[in-house]
Design a protein around this ligand. Sequence first.
Ligand code: 9Z3
Length: 366
Amino acid sequence: MPPEPSNGVAAPVCQVDDYFHNTPPPKTLASHQALVREFIQYHLENSPSRRIVLVTSGGTNVPLENQTVRFIDNFSAGTRGATSAEYFLQQGYAVIFLHRRFSLLPYSRHYSHSTNCFLDFMNESDDGRVVVRTEYQDEMRKVLQQYHHAKDNRLLLVLPFTTVTEYLFELRSLTVMMQPLGNRALFYLAAAVSDFFIPRDRMEEHKIQSREGHAGDQGSGAGRQLVINLDPVPKVLSTLVQSWAPRGSMIVSFKLETDPSLLVSKAEQALKRYHHDLVIGNLLMTRKWEVVFVTPDGGERWIRVPKSRRSKSISGVEELVGKAERKHDPEPVDLEGGTMMDGVEIESLIVPELVLMHTKRMEQQS
Ligand code: 9Z3
């Protein structure tokens, strides 16, 4: 498969078609389709004005073997997606949450994984019952109420994927199934999708052996190497915009960079290439404190958590905040957001802005 041209031209649609033609669909696809059909139908019948957002979240796994022992992965924990999903629900949206299996989930994210292990929030009472510790009661009640509201009103559909192939099939199918929603559909593509993979016809069936010779082996003994050739993952965004998504829907993708000097120009390039509505740019090291909205009209709008209200982040580098700015904004957006346990979550600033943009867009179309 030839690499994507670097001259701003999107990958040809036939490349995307070939990919889907030559790759077996995931086993879970049919059951997920049934759930999505039911979810969309329910909202079309019961609340016809309800907006539905598809949030993609987490990394994607690239298997090296068909019976997978080893794989390539990336850093994404799914914080952006899971947190944003909660704020979309707060704004009255129904959410289809397409996420990497075992990454963070809306609501349960507050009490999961090693940083927020749920056991630390509990105690044994004098009469031997398991109870939530007094100091966490208020916060947990709030989260629990929001979770129950979403569940009881069938506002949240959670669909897991693992591999990049599963992600692409699920994304295509979901997007097409959202067509009856027209401009009430919003796409919020926050998953960190791998750029490279091994296509099905070149993938080893069994575990790659370390001692026996195989196609990728270079010699034997101490200097042995495993050489893996990866193909570019087909860029489906252009096809999503042109043919899968509902007419008039709003499509937002994310752009991740590590080099501040590249972020805005790469976001602009993506908009030119895919012709969608908005790219939200973020740097790996500052993503919890600032993002930039890059729009087709040349707009570059920074959204930042005020310094005093930034959450602590072990991996983040605060000195890099502001370094990717290309057009200095005389009035930077400095919004008040929702406060969770430590500091303001930037998603509480991103999502209301997007909702305003979505509303404006819908009004312009009516
Ligand atoms: C993002 O940029 C997300 O904001 C993060 C969120 C993955 C950085 P976390 O899950 O991180 O909260 O830890 N997502 C999109 C990244 C991406 O792969 N974009 C593609 C690219 O940059 C374009 S679709 O080329």
